[in-house]
Design a protein around this ligand. Structure first.
Ligand SMILES: [Zn+2]
Length: 286
């Protein structure tokens, strides 16, 4: 870092320019990640709040339905009691009838009131059934409501923690980004910002990975890959315009290259073992 600061951006070699660009990209990507993470949590909180509001309405509606059923039951009971009183009244009148016509008429009234009572009893059973269904639904909605409410509180706490934690991290990264940007010449920095702004994933500087551009995944011809590895020119992807770099450009101590080599050796020896095994199997079956 100190060596970079002593040099003016214009005096840097292409390789050094690319290294600074890649470092800047890595810092900015880390900042993007923090912002994405922080951006998603509020959405989750919002979703939960919407769900809770929905459940609140549901609980309220169910309570209203239950109250309606109760009201219905009370009303029907009152009607039954009215009918019973009428039957009592008619029965008393029956004791003092003067003719058959009056007798028949009173009997008819009694029969009618008895039917009324049956009907009201049926209504009461219906209301009771509806009420118990609604009560079950209410218990379930209340349970869900409590659960979501707990989820929401946990998410809000998590969000607060993340905001606190990441705020500090983000400030440090922003400071580092500013510092690194100062070591890059203006023309290059403007290009970097412009590409970054237009790229959906915020990547302006990408490595070549499996013969492809790390940004748009289009194939890069071998000659171009050689040019990129030679680090003598700033090369952009002809498809997406991103700045292409050799993936080991910031591997100052060679540890990354060493690890990759070891992994490749391991993979090829495994392959060898597998090939040998296949041969053995072939011999056995032959
Ligand atoms: Zn590309």
């Amino acid at each position: 870092m100190t060596a970079k600061k002593q040099q003016q951006p214009q005096e840097l070699t292409v390789e050094q320019k690319l290294q600074h660009l890649y470092e800047l990209q890595q810092i900015d990507t880390a900042i993007d990640k923090i912002r994405t993470l922080r951006g998603e949590l509020p959405l989750e909180v919002q979703d939960l709040e919407d769900e809770i509001a929905g459940l609140e309405t549901r609980v309220q509606n169910l309570k209203t339905d239950i109250a309606e059923a109760d009201k219905g039951i009370v009303q029907k009971k009152q009607e039954i009691s009215n009918s019973e009183q009428l039957i009592k009244k008619y029965s008393e009148q029956l004791d003092n009838v003067r003719n058959n016509r009056e007798f028949d008429a009173l009997n008819k009234e009694v029969e009618f009131q008895k039917l009324e009572i049956e009907l009201q009893q049926k209504r009461i059973r219906e209301h009771t059934r509806v009420k118990s269904e609604k009560e079950e639904a209410l218990a379930e909605a209340t349970r869900q409501y409590e659960e979501k409410k707990n989820d929401l509180n946990a998410k809000k706490d998590e969000l607060d923690d993340i905001i606190k934690e990441t705020q500090k991290e983000e400030e440090e990264l922003l400071e580092k980004s500013k510092e690194t940007a100062e070591s890059i010449e203006e023309r290059l920095l403007i290009a970097y910002e412009k590409i970054r702004k237009n790229a959906r994933n915020g990547l302006a500087v990408v490595t070549v990975d499996r013969d492809s551009c790390g940004g748009c995944f289009n194939n890069i011809p071998p000659q171009r890959q050689l040019d990129i590895r030679s680090r003598k020119k700033i090369i952009v992807c002809e498809y997406c315009g991103r700045i292409l770099i050799d993936k080991y450009i910031c591997d100052y101590d060679g540890s990354m290259q060493k690890a990759d080599l070891a992994a490749a050796l391991e993979a090829s020896s495994k392959k060898g073992r597998r090939a040998k095994k296949t041969e053995e199997v072939k011999e056995e079956t032959a």
